[in-house]
Design a binder for this molecule. Sequence first.
Ligand SMILES: O=P(O)(O)OC[C@H]1O[C@H](OP(=O)(O)OP(=O)(O)O)[C@H](O)[C@@H]1O
Ligand SMILES: O=c1cc[nH]c(=O)[nH]1
Ligand SMILES: [Mg+2]
Length: 209
Amino acid sequence: MGKFTVLNHPLIQHKLTIIRDKNVGTKEFREVANEIAELMVYEITRDLPLEDVEVETPMGHSVQKQLAGKKLAVIPILRAGLGMVDGVLELIPAAKVGHIGMYRDEETLKPHEYFVKMPTDIDQRDLIIVDPMLATGGSAIMAIDALKKRGAQSMRLVVLVAAPEGVKAVQEAHPDVDIYAAALDDHLTESGYIFPGLGDAGDRLFGTK
Ligand SMILES: O=P(O)(O)OC[C@H]1O[C@H](OP(=O)(O)OP(=O)(O)O)[C@H](O)[C@@H]1O
Ligand SMILES: O=c1cc[nH]c(=O)[nH]1
Ligand SMILES: [Mg+2]
């Protein structure tokens, strides 16, 4: 079973509360969503492996640490996942970015894939999949399916807000994928929105409603 972790650092909680407010506009929503993504990536990269490296400082020879192991890639689930990419790249500027486009049918809540463009070597990278919302879990499950079909072996899913239903569905479908959220919310509404949630994250990020 994949781990589910709520990253409840005070700064993360404070910033998430800001963007829950329905009166927050596109500019602030975008800025703060990226700030939360940056803080979340700081937290989830604590376990990255390090290796020794020799460095000549102005004072002389020394042995220091540098990142070891596999390289990273960030995978936003379009559209809303784009709202977290800049925050991740602030801390991992050399990461490659793969895009996967998914939309959820508003009636059936079933996801549809419409675009996939990945770095050629995703099988050799640790992938950080980002999407602000994990609701029924359908979109994340289909995105992970698409990545695995293309050879991905190591993935984690990072979301701002998760519903219990979505966490359970992803854990059952993909027990090898750990999930990180800034908050675990109460429930899904009848129309498939997370309550209290953020509303429609894509529309709030891009001003499309
Ligand atoms: O867990 P699920 O029930 O699948 O719902 C979550 C998905 O819904 C939203 O995307 P949406 O379909 O609204 O597309 P958008 O990002 O283009 O707005 C959100 O960004 C997730 O990808
Ligand atoms: O609450 C929700 C659920 C799915 N997608 C969103 O953007 N918001
Ligand atoms: Mg949307």
